[in-house]
Design a binder for this molecule. Structure first.
Ligand SMILES: [Zn+2]
Length: 485
């Protein structure tokens, strides 16, 4: 049992008059039995953050249990951490929630039985939802893990910056959403000074070694492993300290155990997030001494990432182009101080090929403030339709449906060569993506569009990430409706 205070006793009005200390988890609570203890933090007002939230549950009062107070304040503190790192990394005028949120992100801390949390929009409801799951004699709450909370806020932040990435039905785009969620967890954790000191000690300064920083959602992973032993990394839901290397999404297996990458967004995301962790470690090396040094490095890398996210068009080579834009952002903002580390980190994971590295223009590497990708031969203009049409009968769906595909050229790296741009190849890529959704049971099809041969989960039977839906114009299309843990 936790022996902690039930949280502050002052009212919300009193909080504005003084600084209240509440108890929160420093990072993930850890796998049971865990010896980790909550830490004291100044209470934050989630409605007054640069990116504000509206929590559905009540602030803890004297009648609430200690556990309720701990998970409530952990959730609030985690929401604040995630807005801290993005506020320091991107210009305030470009950071906002997706317009569907109407300026304030709704958050439900206990949305019922389920695993972890999810970010939803474009469907029946929108906002961030966390779930609880029975595990042995205890109940695990998704909102009690800063890893999970900051991951979901990461989805929401990215969706506010570049909404087309969530809407594009291609493995790289969807997996980047997951990588950005995990990167948000990493950067949020590093805003906590005591945690930085602990990680430097645990990894002996080698930040990309396995540690509490690299292991996502350790507490939940025990329950996930009990249910699906092959689907979860050894001591976490995802381990960012790994040996994965990029594989062409058309060549990657649709399904594989967690020890390999496959055509599933969380699985594939581990390649990009590992490259990010490598870059963070490289920028911190040779090992510096202080938590403040690590926090400064994290802020710089977050700035580089956010600039690249905003500069990178929605192309078939999204990851490589994004990585190249990170190198250019570093040249522009930090005079290329981290160029060698970024090259090594992304080439070391196969995200950038040696041809890609050679294609980055010299004037961009020189930090030329006037450099613009549109000066080059590959501009970011639309190069084709944004949808391909797939035959519904193949999937037991009564209507053909549109699938949104990347519709721009890469801004820095060479476009995909060969026949990839042909309609036939585009259809193959879209089919591969849709088939993976069916295999991983991540798609729902409403009753009016299903036939007896449809393999998709019945509508509302699962919390699908995607659905086939009719648009207002009467056409039918595949749509992303949620990003999970
Ligand atoms: Zn996610």
């Amino acid at each position: 049992m936790l022996e902690v205070s039930a949280g502050r006793s002052k009212s919300g009005r009193d909080r504005r008059m003084s600084e209240d200390i509440v108890h929160v988890w420093e990072e993930d609570p850890g796998a049971h039995p865990s010896h980790r203890m909550p830490i004291g933090r100044t209470a934050r007002d989630h409605g007054q953050l640069p990116l504000p939230f509206r929590i559905g549950e009540r602030e803890p009062e004297s009648q609430h249990s200690q556990r309720y107070a701990l998970r409530y304040w952990t959730a609030v503190d985690s929401l604040a951490r995630a807005t801290d790192w993005i506020s320091e990394s991107a210009l305030s005028e470009v950071v906002s929630w997706h317009p569907e949120m109407d300026g304030v992100m709704p958050v439900t801390l206990d949305a019922g039985i389920g695993l972890a949390g999810e970010y939803r929009r474009g469907s029946r409801d929108h906002g961030i939802f966390f779930f609880r799951t029975p595990s042995g004699h205890q109940t695990i709450y998704g909102c009690e893990s800063p890893d999970i909370v900051c991951h979901e806020v990461g989805h929401a932040i990215l969706d506010g910056l570049v909404p087309e990435i969530m809407e594009t039905q291609r493995l790289e785009q969807q997996a980047f959403h997951e990588a950005f969620g995990d990167i948000s967890s990493v950067l949020s954790s590093l805003t906590v000074e005591s945690f930085c000191s602990a990680i430097i000690h645990e990894t002996r300064g080698q930040i990309n070694n396995s540690s509490r920083l690299s292991r996502m959602a350790e507490q939940l992973s025990v329950e996930m492993r009990r249910r699906l032993p092959g689907k979860t990394d050894v001591a976490s839901v995802r381990e960012l300290s790994n040996e994965f290397y990029y594989i062409d999404p058309m060549a990657v297996p649709i399904r594989a155990p967690a020890s390999q990458i496959c055509h599933e967004r969380h699985s594939f995301s581990r390649v990009f997030s590992a490259a990010f962790l490598d870059a963070l470690a490289g920028m911190f090396y040779p090992p510096k001494k202080t938590a403040a040094d690590l926090q400064e490095v994290a802020r710089k890398l977050a700035q580089i990432l956010c600039q690249a996210v905003l500069a990178t068009p929605n192309s078939d080579r999204y990851w490589a182009d994004l990585a190249a834009n990170m190198i250019i952002a570093d040249a522009r903002t930090f005079e290329g101080e981290h160029e060698a580390i970024l090259r090594e980190s992304f080439a070391g994971r196969g995200i950038l090929t040696f041809d890609d590295l050679a294609s980055i223009p010299e004037d961009a590497l020189g930090g030329d403030p006037n450099y613009s990708p549109s000066d080059g031969p590959r501009d970011g203009s639309q190069i084709r339709d944004s949808q391909v049409c797939l035959p519904g009968h193949r999937y037991g769906i009564s209507s053909d449906f549109g699938v949104r595909v990347p519709d721009q050229a890469p801004s820095v790296v060479p476009p995909v060569t060969g026949s990839t741009g042909t309609q036939e190849k585009l259809t193959d890529l879209a089919s591969c993506f849709v088939e993976a959704l069916f295999v991983h049971r991540q798609i729902s099809v409403p009753k009016n569009l299903r036939t007896d041969r449809c393999l998709a989960a019945p509508e509302r039977a699962v919390r699908a990430t995607h659905e086939i839906c009719e648009t207002e114009s009467g056409s039918v299309e595949l749509r992303t409706i949620a990003c999970h843990r």
